[in-house]
Design a protein around this ligand. Structure first.
Ligand code: HEC
Ligand code: HEC
Length: 219
């Protein structure tokens, strides 16, 4: 894959391009996409098998350490081997850490360029690295197939999100997008982001099925 941002990263020859890429990235993680985002319409003739195949591709990403490291019982994991986070930190009530150690004590508004230094990201210019809150842990450890699919799809376990909000999260959320901009030394998820987004739309278009017996969802 020739990805313009990875190809351009570290290059001093094309600062304008770098700037534009940074702006495009900023745009994708700031307020605009909410207004641009259009939920994928459900197909009048959903193809359940195609939907299940699409989810099985999505699953490969969800279970990758870039995603799973935050989608855990109570303490985040780290690195390509998903080892316990060092130093040990806890989720805390709001997912932002437990005093005196907030996630943003170490995780700033951007990835560190150094190997093994904390990754970071911003929301509205402020550091926003965190895991899901204690009342809705979105812990996927040990889940697979239909169970993982339902955990992601069901508003009772996904942060109260409708199917449209789930799609918007998967396609536009900066925490998800970070998985493909994780900083040095961190492996990328198995599909590229465009393919992941396309599989997401395909799953939803076909009624977001989780199991062969599922009736297609209607929004
Ligand atoms: C004392 C500093 C510190 C605090 C506080 C901290 N982290 Fe980290 N975190 C790090 C460092 C350093 C790394 C990078 C380790 C590496 O790459 O080897 C890291 C990496 C991670 C990763 C791994 C990313 C990946 O995919 O490899 C996750 C997930 C993470 N932290 C979540 C959290 C969460 C959630 C909190 C708050 C509850 C938190 N961290 C608080 C220092 C910290
Ligand atoms: C730094 C921690 C962190 C990382 C890394 C992370 N997430 Fe999350 N994830 C969260 C938080 C926090 C929420 C809750 C957000 C909310 O409710 O708006 C969440 C919620 C979700 C949800 C539930 C939303 C729904 O509608 O079902 C999905 C799906 C999701 N993340 C997918 C991913 C994927 C895919 C990746 C990897 C590419 C990933 N996450 C990586 C922190 C993280």
């Amino acid at each position: 894959m020739t990805h313009p941002r990875s190809a351009g990263s570290g290059s001093r020859r094309i600062p304008l391009f770098g700037l534009l890429a940074a702006l495009a990235l900023g745009g994708a993680s700031a307020a605009d996409p909410a207004s641009d985002f259009k939920p994928t319409p459900l197909s009048p003739q959903p193809d359940r098998d195609a939907g299940l195949r699409a989810f099985s591709e999505i699953e490969r990403v969800l279970k990758h350490p870039r995603c799973l490291n935050c989608h855990v019982p109570d303490a985040p994991l780290q690195g390509n081997q998903a080892t316990p986070h060092f130093p040990p930190v806890q989720r805390g009530k709001d997912g932002r850490g437990q005093a005196p150690l907030q996630c943003t004590t170490c995780h700033s508004i951007q990835n560190s360029p150094l190997l093994h230094a904390p990754p970071g990201l911003a929301k509205n210019g402020k550091p926003d690295w965190h895991m899901p809150p204690a009342h809705m842990k979105m812990n996927w450890v040990g889940l697979s197939g239909a169970a993982l699919c339902r955990a992601v799809r069901d508003p009772k376990t996904n942060g109260g999100k409708s199917l449209a909000a789930t799609e918007e999260h998967l396609v536009n959320d900066p925490l998800v997008a970070w998985g493909w901009q994780p900083g040095p030394g961190r492996e990328l998820p198995p599909l590229d982001k465009a393919a992941f987004d396309e599989r997401t739309r395909e799953w939803i278009r076909n009624g977001a099925p989780c199991a062969p017996g599922d009736a297609p969802l209607t929004r």
